[in-house]
Design a protein around this ligand. Structure first.
Ligand SMILES: [Zn+2]
Ligand SMILES: [Zn+2]
Length: 508
């Protein structure tokens, strides 16, 4: 079917507004034409392909670009469109992603000249950009099931792959469509950072070529603030705040070499972001060194027995895990029995629930990595953190202070806090365990960003020796509390350092 170009707007729009059932017909035609186009592509039958492609162009432009206001009214038009494409949000999401994949303006090769076909392909992308709302768009908030379906069908990576040739090597005569890469970037920023699993979306984006995408836009759009702002945000904090996720760090490790021959430092310097780029690369390399030590097992090999009275330290492989909560480890059966009667009996279920919540929030490797990161960062700032924490070591009961390890800005910003949030059962269980440890286990929380939320997980930092905390308590609290951070007298620093040496290994 063909809709004449002049019919896309005015007259056709009126006709469609008055006859919602047409949306069902168009939806069905759209779906079928995409199948025909894909088959023609496979058979390299470019003559008949042109017919299908033109129809898809016409349908998408009419339905999505001109029709998006009608569709987002959530009335009969959207219902009919859903009916036409197969019945569910999943069908619609799948169709949109297929449509985008088949709208690649270059078919994967660099664009040199702009033909009519290229413009038609770009217009097909443009129609979708006008229709897909951001995850938190005020007027066009997609229903959660539609948003999830789009993400599941790979919207983020598809958009990047399809628009990448335009971003990195745009032909000169794009006219009104020259902003398509920047519009895509702004849409992507929302889809990546505001998705509830921004860590996973970040990985999708990086693996699809997001760094090359940003670099391409920086090179071709210069200091256009629409383009510069999101790039600056990603380089200065968007990436860094996701570097508490092992999965994101690994994706960055894969992605950085793909831009190394594109002179990124020079390109970002031209738009005034050279410094931001250098700091970002340096930061990622520092974290990747921690990842290497994590991968080698160095940072996770030691465990301390969770019978807090025992506290034996040993290689993880020799320890046994509680099968009920999977959260605590013992050096032998006697310790497990002892801890059960001392209090684990009451907390096992709660700890299992906490672990289930962690499972929903983080992939397995990320949970373990965050603990290793916390231990590592603590060990490298131990003197200062100990002195900061000293006045609060005597706190007891539900008003207990915790050391908060705040990674919301990428690098660690530690501070004391956490009193307000101790009502949760899981936190009370953690406090009870810390109490049984005689100070060997320190109440700590890691704070980090995940999509629109700030997450907090309580993790216990553990000393191999309880003598460390006992000795720290001998430093008068009042003395430490009166001093601003980082200007402790040398003899006090020396005293803590000496204690640190006796503290033994940091354990998992
Ligand atoms: Zn248990
Ligand atoms: Zn033990």
């Amino acid at each position: 079917m063909h809709l004449p170009q002049r019919m896309y707007g005015g007259e056709a729009a009126r006709l469609l507004a008055e006859n919602p059932r047409l949306y069902s017909l168009l939806g069905r035609a759209w779906r079928e034409m995409l199948v025909v186009e894909a088959e023609d592509h496979r058979a390299r039958n470019l003559t008949s392909n042109a017919g299908a492609s033109l129809s898809i162009h016409a349908i998408s432009w009419t339905l999505l670009y001109h029709g998006h206001k009608l569709l987002w009214k959530d009335g009969p038009h959207m219902d009919q469109l859903l009916l036409g494409v197969g019945g569910t949000w999943d069908h619609l999401a799948s169709l949109i992603c297929q449509h985008l994949r088949q709208s690649s303006p270059s078919g994967g090769t660099p664009l040199t000249t702009v033909s009519t076909e290229t413009i038609f392909q770009i217009e097909r992308i443009y129609a979708v950009l006008g229709f897909i709302p951001g995850p938190d768009h005020v007027l066009r908030a997609p229903r959660p099931e539609f948003r999830t379906a789009l993400v599941r069908h790979g919207l983020v990576s598809t958009l990047i792959r399809v628009v990448l040739p335009l971003a990195s090597n745009p032909p000169a005569e794009l006219g009104e469509y020259k902003n398509v890469p920047v519009d895509t970037l702004n849409l992507l920023t929302n889809w990546v950072l505001k998705d509830v699993r921004s860590d996973m979306r970040m990985v999708d984006a990086l693996d699809a070529g997001f760094l090359r995408f940003l670099l391409g836009i920086a090179r071709t759009t210069g200091t256009n603030p629409q383009a510069k702002q999101p790039i600056q945000f990603f380089l200065e904090s968007g990436f860094a705040q996701h570097c508490v996720y092992l999965s994101v760090l690994r994706a960055l490790r894969r992605a950085l070499p793909t831009v190394s021959n594109l002179d990124p430092e020079k390109v970002f310097t031209q738009i005034g972001l050279g410094d931001a780029w250098r700091k970002f690369v340096e930061f990622v390399h520092d974290r990747l060194e921690i990842v290497e030590r994590f991968d080698s097992g160095e940072l996770t090999q030691w465990r301390v027995c969770d019978d807090m009275k025992c506290g034996r330290v040993g290689p993880k492989r020799e320890f046994k895990r509680c099968a009920g909560c999977c959260a605590v480890w013992y050096c032998n059966l006697d310790c497990q029995k002892a801890d059960w009667s001392q209090g684990h009996r009451q907390e096992c279920k709660t700890l299992a629930q906490t672990l289930a919540q962690d499972h929903a929030m983080l992939v397995r490797g990320d949970r373990s990595f965050q603990r290793a990161l916390l231990n590592y960062d603590y060990a490298s700032r131990q003197t200062n953190l100990t002195l900061q924490y000293r006045p609060f070591l005597d706190d007891a009961g539900p008003q207990r202070s915790a050391m908060i390890y705040d990674y919301r800005w990428g690098t660690l910003r530690p501070h004391i806090g956490g009193k307000a949030c101790h009502a949760a059962a899981a936190t009370r269980a953690t406090i009870a365990r810390a109490d049984r440890s005689d100070g060997r286990a320190q109440l700590s929380a890691i704070r980090f960003v995940q999509g629109p939320d700030v997450r907090e997980r309580f993790l216990m930092l553990r000393f191999a020796s309880r003598h460390f905390n006992l000795a720290v308590k001998q430093i008068p609290a009042q003395l430490v509390a009166t001093m601003p951070v980082a200007v402790y007298p040398p003899e006090m620093v020396h005293r803590v350092d000496a204690l640190t040496e006796h503290a033994g290994k940091w354990t998992h």
